[in-house]
Design a protein around this ligand. Sequence first.
Ligand code: SF4
Ligand code: SF4
Length: 455
Amino acid sequence: MSDTLSTLSEALEKQRERLLPCVHCGFCLPACPTYNRLGDEADSPRGRLHLMRAVVEGRLDPGSEAFGTHIDRCLGCRACEPVCPSGVEYGTLLELARETVAEHRPSGFLTRALLWVFSSSLRRKLFFVQSRSIRGLGFASLGTMLIPAVGPFKTAKLALAMLASTAGWTRLRTLGLAKAGSADSTGVGDSTAAPSHRVAAGSRGRVAVLIGCVQEGLFTRLNRATVRTLEANGYEVVSVSGQDCCGALHAHGGDLEQARTLARVNIAAFESVEADAIAVNTAGCGAAMKDYGVLLENDSAMSERARALAAKVKDVTELLSAAGPLGGAEVICTVAYDHPCHLLHAQRVEQPPLAVLAAIPGTEVRIVGKADECCGGAGIYGITHPELGGEIGRDKVAAVRACAADAVVTPNPGCMMQIGAGLRLEGALEGVLHPVELLDESYRRAGYYQRGSDA
Ligand code: SF4
Ligand code: SF4
């Protein structure tokens, strides 16, 4: 084996038990969005596993165009995992393959720039301050409307549309009130207030919340709604200082070392509060944290701690549905629900978000056609692969619009940005929400949040 066969061949040698179960049956092919659109076996899960094996066996150069291109085109949506009868752990193998590709071929400028920004909390803060200013001054919406969708402007237009879509949906506060004939359009409580504990406070255990990067930077309202709804359902929410980015973006971008560094920081931070569970409101981050045990399996000092922490990680909708959740007041509307890949395929969480929506009287849920297929967002895929990501994204937007709903609901900010951008680019009026935001509004109308309490 040549010297050029570094990380993947060494890592996959150690991971043989993960690679070898593939029996080439092809059951995963129809589930794969890239194979369905490109029709090329090398852009299918089976084809990519074949390429990985060829690298391990020294038949293919890990720096080759073929290996780099087909691994790079993978969305990482993991739709191939639940349908695989052999239980191939495709997601883990893909991250190792991406790390190898990154070692042999420099990533694109955008990928490198974003990973550089997200590697430092100071750079992230500056990035989000700037992003919020662009959004707050209306330049994101304006740019989405005015910038032509041609040549190099296309990426800028998409990025601005994604940023514009992170603003809260203003219609949420009045949604269905006219139809319901309610006079109280301001609600009983204040959205910055704490819940009045209809369920005994803390009776369901102690929960720490991952505040994350994009969530806290652009979806602060979602983090606050997460805390309020958990508290309303009887959880004691504790804050965790010293927590950092979960590392998902780095793992997806082929920088597993940085992902491991961030995982170690988070393990130490979350251990310090001794919570019963760690709530995550972002599917990609939840999937990454649930995989900490695998990410650090070769780190003898951390592997056991990583597994213990990963076992505590729950999507916020898992925790809420375990508590019922508590029903709220009417929010009369129709919503189109779409599954995030990293919740449905990577975490195998399907019903909890729907249980959260079912706790909101008056809200009718329509499942988006092909809701189990990726929206094309896949971290930064929508920006780095505008053609293929754009095609997959347009199909998703068409399926959402076919629901003729007031808003699309999906429990992952990345999907909210991708679908929200697609809707804006088509001039569509549907809002974009996380299920917890809708539940929070229902609780606000029900008067569960008292004015004047500490948030
Ligand atoms: S379904 Fe599983 S075993 Fe069959 S080809 Fe795909 S990865 Fe291999
Ligand atoms: S992760 Fe998604 S895009 Fe990649 S091979 Fe699996 S199904 Fe296809």
